[in-house]
Design a protein around this ligand. Sequence first.
Ligand SMILES: Cc1cc2nc3c(=O)[nH]c(=O)nc-3n(C[C@H](O)[C@H](O)[C@H](O)COP(=O)(O)OP(=O)(O)OC[C@H]3O[C@@H](n4cnc5c(N)ncnc54)[C@H](O)[C@@H]3O)c2cc1C
Length: 131
Amino acid sequence: MELPAEVTGQYLGMGGHRYAPRGRVLLVGDAAGLVDPLTGEGIHSALVSGQAAAAAILGAPYAMAEGYAHHLRPLQEVLAFSDRASRSFYREPARGFKVMRWPLLRNLVLKTYADGVGKTKLLATLARWAS
Ligand SMILES: Cc1cc2nc3c(=O)[nH]c(=O)nc-3n(C[C@H](O)[C@H](O)[C@H](O)COP(=O)(O)OP(=O)(O)OC[C@H]3O[C@@H](n4cnc5c(N)ncnc54)[C@H](O)[C@@H]3O)c2cc1C
């Protein structure tokens, strides 16, 4: 097997919670920076944003950017939440991983991710626990 002559790294596309679609070019997946900053996962976002772009084009081809922005918003809200969580987590990763060893919190985070991270749902669950 021939080894590649040169291997380089590449940043994952993040920051897409701030992406505002314009005109007739709709960015999806990594191109729109939709990788989850907390987990580094981008397959889910790529699929969701691809479906959102298709729905926008089919729904209103003459206002596709507005339609796409509308369909993309729930995903961007989740990514904005992950962005804030990742800043806190990666500021001091040792502490972040220690906190994630608490079984209750770990289960909650994993379940929330498995169900599709819902900011409102996560906050509601935390509030229920706190009361
Ligand atoms: C090492 C690694 C591990 C990862 N692990 C995970 C994981 O475990 N779970 C997870 O959810 N995500 C993971 N990701 C992220 C995930 O792979 C990406 O977020 C996801 O594949 C993005 O999908 P996409 O369709 O936006 O882009 P891509 O999957 O990159 O698809 C873009 C396609 O466009 C093609 N292309 C580029 N330029 C042109 C051109 N000019 N003309 C024609 N075609 C072109 C490329 O060849 C490519 O096939 C990982 C990423 C990396 C790098």
